[in-house]
Design a protein around this ligand. Sequence first.
Ligand code: NAP
Ligand code: ZN
Ligand code: ZN
Length: 350
Amino acid sequence: MNTTHAYAAHDATSKLAPFELQRRALRDHDVQMDVLFCGVCHSDLHTARDEWKNTVYPAVPGHEIVGCVTAVGPQVSNYKVGDLVGVGCLVDSCRTCPSCKEGLEQYCEVGFVGTYNGQDRVTGENTYGGYSTAIVVDEAFVLRVPKNLDPAGVAPLLCAGITTYSPLRQWGAGPGKKVGIVGLGGLGHMGVKLAHAMGAHVVLFTTSTSKIEDAKRLGADEVVISRNPDEMAAHANSFDLIVNTVAAPHDLNPFINLLRRDGTMTLVGAPEHDHPSPQVFNLIMKRRRLAGSLIGGIAETQEMLDFCGEHGITSDIEMIPMQKVNEAYERMLKSDVKYRFVIDIDSMRK
Ligand code: NAP
Ligand code: ZN
Ligand code: ZN
């Protein structure tokens, strides 16, 4: 057992505070790592505040983890001490159901084990995430970090990156395709970078006029202020794919109107309350599709990391010490971050 320093939420309303936990003794296939950097995902905030009504307290969030291997179990073959590694949203799954066998562990039919607020398949204990100095994860759920990328900027790829990469691949983003990304936050800014690198024509939808220039710098070919009906109307019936990352309930109809025949809007934003149901005729008249997508499997996450390595893609980050995480949550709620907070975990070692 290893005493680990962490930050935890103890209930839905109080601030995250220092917390000590024990990491498990290594199992045969376990990799132990010192956490170096951990991104701050909006899902961390939803969980800390029990907005999805399933939080087990104390809750230690964090599923955008980059770390350095410090020990390995006797059967580990893929990693060794000193390796730079990543851990995303998943730390285990049943590994035998059809989804797991297809490498889609995020859709495990008995339920994947989340990096935090999950239930360990051996002990049943609550899992604790990356707002901590160390973590122990089965090697099958550990990722390799490309050596040419800045490790702090890689951390957000482990959730924001894969959550946008997977639907972009699933629905064929690439040359000749017009792709919309809704919301320029952590997920959205990765969606813009990735869709641009895939060769699509990228349009960013934002509610923030202050983000127009940034969106273009990040790779958007066009930027639309989604609250301006004239700007929206100019793009009617033209999109092959829209990836909607917005973290709050909103009217989906103005975006569905922008899909061409057979176009798809996939929801990845997971707000506390549902969006109002969209108009049926808006969907059936053009055989449009409204879809959803959940993070990505382990193989696809490694593919995404390698793609980012080849294209030199990392997240635009603002580094914070652990002690500033509560402020970061408040700023994230005001969309006041460019474009992902990353916690320097060394701040807990000092
Ligand atoms: P974030 O950094 O807070 O970004 C969300 C963006 O949505 C904001 O930057 C803002 O962009 C826009 N927005 C926020 N409130 C809005 C409102 N009321 N109306 C319109 N636009 C609004 O959050 P994130 O970390 O990217 O996460 C986004 C959502 O995805 C969260 O709900 C998170 O839990 C979820 N998520 C889902 C998955 C999955 O697997 N499906 C994985 C990770 C996260 P603009 O300023 O540009 O308008
Ligand atoms: Zn996340
Ligand atoms: Zn399974």
